[in-house]
Design a protein around this ligand. Structure first.
Ligand SMILES: [Zn+2]
Length: 50
């Protein structure tokens, strides 16, 4: 869970294509850009600076 609820809601609706890194809507089966099958959800946790 991030700092902003609105951002979380938007981020949770985005999936990233593992091949071309295009943003897709979550729940889509294939990348709209390249048709690649595997997508990951956009990273939700905020990575703190080292
Ligand atoms: Zn793609």
């Amino acid at each position: 869970m991030g700092k902003f609820a609105e951002a979380d809601a938007i981020i949770s609706k985005i999936a990233i294509c593992k091949k071309c890194k295009a943003r897709n809507k979550a729940g889509m089966d294939h990348c709209r850009k390249c048709g690649y099958k595997w997508m990951r959800p956009k990273r939700k946790d905020i990575r703190a600076k080292k």
